[in-house]
Design a protein around this ligand. Structure first.
Ligand SMILES: [Zn+2]
Length: 442
């Protein structure tokens, strides 16, 4: 009887503690607010958070901060929604050579440790949501550990291994599902969804019937399909099959597209994640400042042996196979990267990090900066990297903007990113799900 009573009391106390912490209040006060909509910022703003939700937003004078609220001073800085990277690879750290990297990972058998490291790198860079497009299903375990709050990281969504007709040499089998028929493609789609992936990613060589089968299978389960695409022929098939999101299109690998094709994508509202900065912006940035390869943030975030392995891969980085065609891509990008922006295609931000030299510690701001270089205003680029990303993930009702009712994913950067978009490199405070993940004297 006594034991039962104690247990019951324990349950009541636990429930009480949970409801108290759910009402824990946090306020970010004083800085300029960019809310994710493309509208003028609110100066000297305040954001009030209860538990994991935003409950009030406005000018400091208009927001009542209840006593007992934890207040973080953001004066002199800018508050904006957490960034959403729509094309990340958490099993990569920016090593110069994919083949060698996968060998190293296999030798050392530490893929989960690496994914934990990259999760931390992402959240520190202000990326509060990341869509991984091509990892082994080990990422599902890391995704759950982040969700439970056991390790720091963004909200992780993943496709798991991609579906392709062509095996990519040097890449482990856990990252790719090679299919030989539409039936197999549909079966793989169901298998991945059963395993717990959030989206499906298609890679190359797929027939029209393959695309049709994958999209039909995925949509029957309420799952969206993201296609890795460059060539107009593959884009045509993907449009006809009803693929939900185009990845890489317009990233400069190709000459410009036919105007009619771009106009059709704009009219249909098919979202595109260009991933333009990896190679095309990252390579010249590295030629100009090779010191970025020894960035202290990179060194601090990696165990010494991984850092050393990375540094070995950076020797003579100009000769890396990954950048062999980059000069031509840079020339293509003068038109190709702008083309979709000028046609007003729906666009989100994705980095393809951590492809060679494209570190999670800085990929997001570099991609947003490249979007601005290619014709977006800083406000439009921020909205693409927050609001549009959330919508494409189907998370629009909960994420992507700073307004009452939404989950509290907020970053604070120094200075004014509307004046200089590269201010996004200086992320000082990160709040995810109402919890302070970085800065704020926690
Ligand atoms: Zn990728």
């Amino acid at each position: 009887m006594n034991a039962w009573r104690t247990t019951r009391l324990g349950v009541v106390l636990l429930a009480l503690a949970a409801s108290l912490s759910a009402q824990e209040r946090l306020a970010l006060v004083g800085g300029m607010l960019i809310d994710g909509y493309e509208r003028p910022p609110i100066h000297h703003a305040a954001i009030l958070i209860e538990g994991n939700r935003i409950v009030a937003v406005g000018a400091v004078d208009d927001i009542e901060i209840p006593p007992g609220t934890r207040v973080i001073d953001t004066s002199g800085r800018t508050m904006l929604p957490g960034l959403i990277d729509m094309h990340a690879h958490l099993d990569l750290v920016g090593h110069g050579d994919y083949d060698r990297w996968y060998e190293f990972v296999a030798e050392t058998d530490r893929i989960e440790e690496i994914m934990e490291i990259t999760s931390k790198q992402l959240i520190d860079a202000g990326v509060t949501t990341a869509l991984d497009l091509g990892a082994s299903l080990d990422l599902l375990k890391v995704r759950e550990r982040v969700r439970r709050g056991e390790i720091p990281g963004p909200r992780i969504y993943t496709s798991g291994p991609w579906i392709t007709r062509v095996r990519l040499a040097g890449v482990p089998d856990e990252l790719q599902n090679v299919v030989a028929s539409p039936e197999e493609a549909a079966a793989k789609t169901h298998e991945l969804i059963d395993a717990g992936v959030d989206v499906i990613k298609t890679w190359v060589g797929l027939t029209q019937a393959d695309f049709d089968a994958i999209v039909e299978a995925a949509h029957s389960r309420g799952v969206r399909v993201h296609a890795h695409l460059y060539e107009p022929e593959a884009i045509r098939k993907a449009i006809d099959a009803g693929v939900d999101v185009f990845q890489h299109m317009g990233s400069g690998g190709n000459p410009p597209y036919e105007e009619a094709l771009v106009a059709e994508i704009a009219h249909k509202g098919i979202p595109v994640v260009q991933t333009i900065s990896h190679r095309i912006w990252v390579y010249p940035a590295t030629l100009a400042f090779p010191e970025r390869l020894q960035d202290p943030r990179l060194k601090a975030s990696l165990p010494p042996d991984i850092y050393a392995e990375l540094q070995r891969s950076f020797v003579d980085f100009e000769r890396l196979g990954y950048f062999r065609t980059t000069p031509r891509q840079i020339r293509n990008s003068k038109v190709a990267a702008r083309q979709l922006i000028e046609a007003n295609v729906v666009m989100a931000m994705g980095t393809d990090a951590a492809s060679p030299l494209n570190f999670h510690t800085e990929a997001a701001w570099r991609e947003i900066s490249a979007l601005v270089d290619s014709g977006m205003s800083p406000m439009e680029a921020i909205s693409a990297a927050t609001k549009t990303g959330a919508e494409i993930l189907g998370l629009g009702p909960d994420l992507g903007t700073i307004e009452p009712g939404k989950l509290a994913d907020i970053i604070v950067v120094s200075g004014n990113p509307l004046f200089d978009i590269n201010m996004l490199a200086n992320v000082e405070i990160v709040v995810k799900d109402g919890r302070v993940m970085k800065g704020g004297d926690r």
